[in-house]
Design a protein around this ligand. Structure first.
Ligand SMILES: [Fe+2]
Ligand SMILES: [Fe+2]
Length: 300
């Protein structure tokens, strides 16, 4: 089952599969700004780096909150910017999106039984990618009902030995960013943990939603949160009292960022890059060639 088109048979460089992950774009947060909307400006900068930089991805995962209100106009602005993307796109729903909006925007999506927008992609180099749907209408936090647990169990059971990577919008755990965190005993989290425990083929779970770079483990599996394209959530790790506003930082203009997951057939490694107007301070020139040669000589 492939819901996002057929990825290339093999990565271009012949060495590793590169999966770019952009998350929490929130197009339409300030629709009156038109093309000058901050979130569109940030998206253009990230796309220019991801698609025009030195690390051309083989797949582009969009892990939810692609729009701010799930409306067709915002999805249209998003897909217009993605029109020239040369690699397959794996779109996923977040709590700010809508299933109707997603289906209207991405022709490659087909609702599964129950209407869920979850699917499997057989990627090159033997990697299986599972994109989950943790959306529940009207809810900020995640959801993972019995129907979705049954679907994921079937998907994992049918390929128990194939290296698998899971994407989902909502991290299923508390990280210390109190106003964004779920309660640790939410039933959907226990349900997901029960499905994933002991599934040794799962290399990692990668999420969005928290607008910050975070790593941890869940059900014994490495779990990463990719920072957002839209403004970031501040790293404020103190418990919050909703009845006592304390002027803490909530949202910042830290630069937009994305993840680049590298699968070499044996190991999954995840890189994160912020996108800004940086200067390059050193390049591989003849002047630095002796240093590079010396370093590589150590590899034997
Ligand atoms: Fe978000
Ligand atoms: Fe979200």
């Amino acid at each position: 089952m492939t819901a996002a088109g057929s990825p290339r048979e093999a990565p271009r460089d012949g060495r590793a599969l590169l999966i770019a992950q952009l998350t929490d774009i929130h197009v339409g947060f300030a629709p009156d700004a038109g093309a000058d909307e901050l979130n569109l400006v940030r998206l253009k900068a990230v796309l220019a780096r991801v698609l025009g930089g030195p690390n051309q991805p083989d797949l582009l995962v969009l892990s939810g909150d692609l729009t701010d209100h799930g409306d067709a106009a915002s999805f249209a602005r998003l897909t217009a910017l993605l029109a020239d993307c040369p690699c397959p796109i794996l779109p996923m729903i977040g709590n700010h999106d809508s299933r109707a909006g997603m289906l209207g925007a991405f022709a490659q999506l087909r609702p599964a039984k129950g209407g869920f927008l979850h699917y499997v992609v057989d990627a090159p180099m033997g990697l299986r990618i599972i994109c989950l749907d943790t959306f529940e209408e009207g809810r900020h936090g995640g959801a993972f009902c019995e129907a979705r647990a049954s679907w994921l169990t079937d998907r994992l059971t049918e390929a128990p030995d194939q290296p698998t990577m899971i994407f989902m919008h909502h991290p299923p755990l508390a990280t210390g960013i109190d106003w964004m965190d779920p309660a640790p005993d939410e039933p959907w989290i226990a349900r997901l943990r029960a499905v994933l425990e002991g599934q040794h083929q799962v290399q990692a779970v990668h999420c969005g939603h928290l607008h910050r770079p975070i790593t941890t483990r869940f059900a014994g599996i490495p779990l990463g949160v990719t920072p957002s394209v839209a403004p970031l959530v501040a790293m404020a790790l103190q418990a919050i009292d909703q009845d006592a506003p304390d002027d803490r930082e909530l949202i910042t203009t830290e630069p937009p960022a994305y993840a680049l997951h590298r699968w070499d057939g044996k190991r999954l490694v995840s890189h994160y890059e912020s996108v800004g107007d940086w200067e390059v301070l050193a390049r591989f020139t003849q002047g630095l060639q002796p240093m590079i040669q010396g370093m590589l000589a150590e590899r034997g």
